[in-house]
Design a protein around this ligand. Structure first.
Ligand code: PGA
Length: 258
C-alpha cells in the first residue's frame, strides 16, 4: 500500500517542516507497524528541500505536485525535473484535476510531463478522474480510459516501480463526499485492465493504484479493502500528521486482511 499526501497550496515553511517532522516521528514511534506501508508526501515546491531534510531518516518519499516538460529554459515560474531530482524528489504528481481544471492542462501536456518524469527517473503519479456531469451521463469509464490513453501513450514503464496511477473523481475532491468503495473499485478495475493491455499483466498487477477524493481515517478502511485499491492520494487529511497516519493505520489493518 502507498499512502501519499498532496499538500496542495497549503502550509508555510515552518508549518510544512513541522508537519513533515510530525509524520516522521509518528512513523518512527510506530516501530515495525508501518513496515509494509510505503509513504510519500508532495509539499509545495518551495518547501521541498526543507521537507526532504526533515524526512531524511524516515521511509517517506518526497514528491512534487507538478513538473515542466522541458529540462530548462525561459519558462517563468515553472520547475523542471532536474530541479526536482536535485532536491531529492523521487515522485511527481502529473495531471491533477486542479491543474486540468484551473490551467486547462490537456492529456497531451500530462503525457509530456509523465514522459519527462520517466526520463529523469521520477515516478509520475498520473491522476485521472471524471467530473460529476461525466458520471451522471454514464461516461466515467470512457473518460478515464481516454485520460489514460492520452497520458500514458509512449510512457516507458519497465517495472511496476516506474508508475503510480491515482483515480480521483473530481466530484469527490475536497468535497467531503468520497466515492463509494464500489464506485472506486469499478474504476480501479478499469485502470488495471488498461494497464494490463499497455504493459502486460505482471506489471499492471503491481502498479500502485491510489484512490483520491475525500479519503479520511473514517472511510479509508472500506476504500482500501477493495481489491484494486492499493493506497490513497490524500489532500486535506494529509495536512495533519494524526489523520495522515490514521489512514496509514487503516491501511495496515486492511493489508493484513487482504
Ligand atoms: P482531498 O484531495 O483528499 O482533499 O479530497 C485529494 C486530492 O486532490 O489529491
Amino acid at each position: 500500500m502507498l499512502i501519499a499526501g498532496n499538500w496542495k497550496m497549503n502550509t508555510d515553511l515552518p508549518g510544512g517542516r513541522a508537519l513533515a517532522e510530525d509524520i516522521a516521528e509518528g512513523i518512527a514511534a510506530a516501530g515495525d507497524r508501518f513496515a509494509e506501508i510505503d509513504f510519500a508526501v508532495c509539499p509545495p515546491f518551495v518547501h521541498l528541500q526543507a521537507v526532504g531534510e526533515a524526512l531524511a531518516d524516515s521511509p517517506v518519499a518526497l514528491g512534487a505536485q507538478d513538473v515542466h516538460a522541458e529540462d530548462e529554459g525561459a519558462f517563468t515560474s515553472d520547475v523542471s525535473a532536474p530541479m526536482l531530482t536535485s532536491v531529492g524528489c523521487s515522485h511527481v504528481i502529473v495531471g491533477h484535476s486542479e491543474r486540468r481544471q484551473y490551467y486547462d492542462e490537456t492529456d497531451a501536456q500530462v503525457n509530456d510531463k509523465a514522459r519527462q518524469a520517466r526520463r529523469h527517473g521520477l515516478v509520475p503519479i498520473v491522476c485521472v478522474g471524471e467530473t460529476l456531469e461525466q458520471r451522471r451521463t454514464g461516461n466515467a469509464e470512457s473518460v478515464v480510459r481516454a485520460q489514460l490513453e492520452g497520458a500514458l501513450d509512449g510512457v516507458p514503464v519497465a517495472s511496476a516501480d516506474d508508475l503510480v496511477v491515482a483515480y480521483e473523481p473530481v466530484w469527490a475532491i475536497g468535497t467531503g463526499e468520497s466515492a463509494t468503495p464500489t464506485q472506486a473499485q469499478d474504476l480501479h478495475a478499469v485502470v488495471r485492465a488498461d494497464l494490463s493491455e499497455r504493459y502486460g499483466d505482471a506489471i499492471a498487477a503491481d502498479v500502485p493504484l491510489l484512490y483520491g477524493g475525500s479519503m479520511k481515517p473514517h472511510n479509508a478502511a472500506d476504500l482500501l479493502s477493495q481489491p484494486d485499491v492499493d493506497g490513497g492520494l490524500i489532500g486535506s487529511a494529509s495536512l495533519e500528521a494524526d489523520s495522515f497516519l490514521g489512514i496509514a493505520e487503516r491501511a495496515v489493518e486492511v493489508q493484513s486482511a487482504k
